[in-house]
Design a protein around this ligand. Structure first.
Ligand SMILES: [Fe+2]
Length: 436
């Protein structure tokens, strides 16, 4: 017996929902109850809040699809609303860690209740394409928070975090050439696949590029250390004015989480307190640091159009692909994403099978890559969800490619992440461009 297409679609929605919820629970499975409540910086959120918030968003979505929807609790909505003014005045982000209510038990009870509500909601209705997209936005939103939760677990616990799954990291290197030439001309950027994408990846539109050379690999710790050892953090002329202010006021002298022990640089992360591995991509650098490095090196950051062309354009076939290697979904052979469960970056050159057609490696996974592009809507942009993406179209730069904390189902070549220029608790690195 074959299911009718409507039922089949709802079954696949249910499957994606359950898979996403399971992964959220797995990330916090081994936490101690004390870990759930603590907020170690104003920009991170306690795990308890993430668990509640990803559930609350489904309530927000159901309320958009059903005018009679009643929210679970006014108090929960106030605490768990991140920044959506349309749903009332949100709780202060910096103060998410100073409230013991709702309790952890209440939050998990809420998580389970929302599971039942969403499952019932999906099972009992027929959705239009647009409505279905809104529900899938809920899954993708949860994926975004899974990654944010991983950043926050690094900040909160680092090597003390005990993951449910942990796989050995790839170390082999195939590094040979440094840069590859990419032909300029008119490039049509944006998502052109058949599956889900965010509103900010659309519409496809034409842009003009000069010829350029793209770094085959992200910049490594070894390369970044050369910048540091050459007085990079002490020399104003490499830095944007705002960046130089940040260096001085925050006393930056290395990427975040680096520590100097007896004249050697160490990093404290999920993999322990360990010596800097020169072959890993540099991670936890701000836009300012990435930009300063490039200036010091006589190079520059790519624009997001350059990044996307180097990642997704097949020159031979004259067509764009969803991922660097083609249209097939990511696998552990091709890239290092969350489900590889490496909990860190692989060395550069570890994923030759994930090469783009132009020859660039590790464009998906390992570290998000800063681009010099401002985060704004593409020409002809139409918002898919009020206040979700478009209210951030100011003072943020675009990052591309996903990291070792990004869930597989939520990444593609056209994905546009965005952060403020001084943020560095995310898994952020970069690659350089050379002008020809
Ligand atoms: Fe959110």
């Amino acid at each position: 017996m074959t299911l009718n297409p409507e039922l089949q679609r709802n079954e696949s929605l249910l499957e994606q929902f359950k898979e996403t919820r399971k992964r959220t629970l797995e990330l916090v499975k081994n936490l101690e109850s004390d870990d759930f409540v603590v907020q170690t910086a104003s920009y991170m959120s306690p795990p308890k809040w993430h668990i509640g918030h990803v559930s609350w968003i489904y309530e927000a979505i159901m309320s958009k699809l059903d005018k009679n929807y009643e929210f679970y609790s006014k108090d929960f909505s106030e605490y768990l609303n991140s920044y959506y003014q349309q749903f009332g005045v949100p709780h202060d982000k910096a103060l998410r860690g100073i409230t013991s209510r709702p309790t952890i038990n209440e939050i998990f009870q809420y998580f389970n209740t929302i599971n039942q509500k969403v499952e019932k909601f999906i099972e009992s209705r027929e959705f239009s394409k647009e409505e279905e997209k809104l529900i899938v936005t809920g899954f993708n939103h949860e994926c975004q928070h899974q990654e944010l939760l991983v950043y926050d677990l690094q900040h909160l616990l680092a090597e003390q975090y005990l993951p449910v799954r942990k796989n050995k990291i790839k170390v082999q290197q195939h590094k040979q050439k440094e840069f590859v030439e990419i032909k300029g001309g008119i490039y049509t950027m944006g998502y052109n696949g058949k599956n889900y994408c965010y509103d900010i990846e659309l519409p496809e539109h034409k842009t003009y590029l000069q010829n350029f050379k793209m770094g085959i690999f992200p910049v490594t710790n070894k390369e970044y250390l050369e910048f540091m050892n050459d007085g990079g953090y002490e020399t104003y002329k490499h830095w944007l004015s705002d960046g130089w202010e940040k260096v001085k006021s925050n006393k930056w002298n290395a990427p975040m989480y680096w520590e100097k022990i007896k004249d050697e640089w160490y990093v404290r992360d999920f993999l322990g307190i360990r010596e800097i591995n020169p072959n890993e991509p540099v991670c936890h650098v701000s836009y300012y640091e990435a930009d300063a490095y490039c200036k010091w090196a006589g190079k520059r950051l790519p624009t997001e159009a350059e990044w996307e062309k180097a990642s997704c354009w097949d020159e031979e076939k004259q067509q764009k692909t969803v991922f660097p290697w083609g249209d097939e979904n990511p696998t552990e052979e091709k890239c290092n994403l969350l489900e590889s469960y490496h909990w860190g970056c692989a060395e550069v050159g570890a994923y030759p099978k994930g090469s783009s057609k132009s020859g660039c490696q590790q464009m998906i996974g390992d570290v998000w890559e800063w681009t010099s592009s401002e985060f704004v809507g593409y020409p002809g942009f139409k918002s898919g969800f009020d206040e979700y993406n478009d209210k951030w179209f100011t003072n943020q730069k675009v990052l591309r490619g996903g990291s070792f904390g990004t869930p597989k189902m939520s990444i593609r070549g056209s994905y546009r992440n965005f952060f403020r220029l001084d943020e560095r608790w995310l898994f952020s690195g970069f690659r350089c461009v050379e002008d020809i």
